[in-house]
Design a binder for this molecule. Structure first.
Ligand code: ZN
Length: 367
């Protein structure tokens, strides 16, 4: 969906002119004569002359990742995504008049979950792996965060969830400078990301990881998809000082910080949920008349069908998620059980949020 409220805040991402006119097919720049076409549910506002060194994996491998990320259908905000979303809502204090940018929205799930609380929610991303609900309900722009297609001071609020850890340092600086440019003075931004710092309670957290690894070895479940999702994490902001310096360079002043020491979270993710996923994935596998193959039975399958991009573990995890989503459509016992687990994970923020570690939420304000 593209809200008409978007048009007054647009500027040409190629030449930065605001001399634009809109037709049924495209946004046209009167200065550099570039046409930015409308597509199904989004508008292509990528800068046309840009030569960038860095291109996101989500752009270069878009087609391949589309199959694997299982992105079109959104579940309700639960588990780690639920904790992020609840914290986003708590720290951003949405107002009915807010114009908000989800800068690097990915599927735009957080934009969808929060759109009802604000006047206009805009999701922007160079890759177009948007969820169906995002295409229906929020304003989507295919855009590059180094040259955003929005005028100065256009947004009341912006957020960046799981973004900064993907970028090299010069891109982080451009990303934050552009976000600051499009925020109005006094406008606020929330970022959630990770540095390389360890939690002071890491030895305790590692107990869950160790249990998880034992179960992997026993073939109960595996982490292929997880590993792939994290494969392009650069973590150029290596420690907390780096984070503060980067926001300061962009003219963004810290207002509030919450660290996420993932004691309960790691137990939930590495033990509790993985057991659940393995159980659900197996059940459906068996239900389709195939034996539930153990993980290391994968080799024989690969020989028959050639290289499999989505390996057995990945396929099983996706099946489990799909099955889970189907159940969550009705707000029954599974939904409330997962909400309880989400709150257990959030307890990490309430108990240990003051304790400096690698994962952080930072709320900043444009001066
Ligand atoms: Zn132009």
């Amino acid at each position: 969906m593209i809200s008409k409220q978007l048009f007054p805040i647009l500027q040409c991402p190629t030449c930065r002119s605001r001399d634009l006119f809109i037709t049924a097919e495209a946004v046209h720049c009167g200065s550099c004569a570039t046409h930015y076409p409308f597509h199904a549910g989004y508008v292509d506002l990528m800068p046309r002359d840009a030569q960038y060194d860095y291109v996101s994996k989500y752009v270069t491998d878009e087609a391949e990742l589309a199959a694997e990320l299982d992105y079109r259908e959104l579940a309700p905000p639960l588990l780690a995504a639920g904790v992020r979303d609840r914290t986003l809502r708590r720290l951003m204090h949405w107002l009915p008049g807010d114009v908000v940018l989800d800068n690097g929205c990915g599927t735009a799930k957080h934009a969808v979950w929060n759109a009802a609380h604000v006047r206009m929610m805009v999701g922007s991303d160079p890759a177009t792996l948007f969820a169906d609900a995002a295409v229906e309900r929020i304003t989507l722009a295919q855009a590059d965060s180094r040259s955003l297609p929005f005028a100065d001071n256009s947004f009341d609020k912006a957020f960046a969830i799981d973004i900064l850890e993907h970028f090299p340092l010069p891109v982080i600086d451009q990303y934050l400078a552009e976000t600051a440019r499009v925020l109005r003075p006094g406008g606020r931004m929330l970022a959630f990301s990770n540095t390389r710092e360890m939690s002071p309670i890491q030895p305790l957290i590692n107990v869950s990881r160790r249990i998880g690894r034992l179960m992997v070895r026993a073939g109960v479940y595996d982490f292929e998809r997880e590993a792939r999702r994290k494969s392009d994490h650069v973590k150029a902001l290596e420690n907390w000082e780096d984070v503060l310096a980067a926001f300061q360079r962009a003219g963004l002043r810290p207002v509030k910080v919450i660290f996420w020491n993932s004691l309960f979270t790691t137990f939930v993710e590495h033990v509790l949920m993985k057991l659940g996923e393995a159980a659900l994935g197996r059940k459906q596998h068996a239900g389709r008349g195939q034996p539930a193959a153990p993980h290391n039975g994968n080799n024989a399958q690969s020989a028959d069908h050639g290289p499999q991009p989505a390996a057995d573990g990945t396929a099983r995890e996706i099946r489990a998620r799909q099955r889970m989503r189907a159940r969550l459509q009705t707000r029954g016992s599974v939904y409330y059980a997962l909400m309880a687990v989400t709150l257990l994970m959030e307890l990490d923020l309430w108990l240990f949020g003051w304790m400096r570690c690698g994962s952080y939420f930072i709320l900043v304000e444009k001066q």
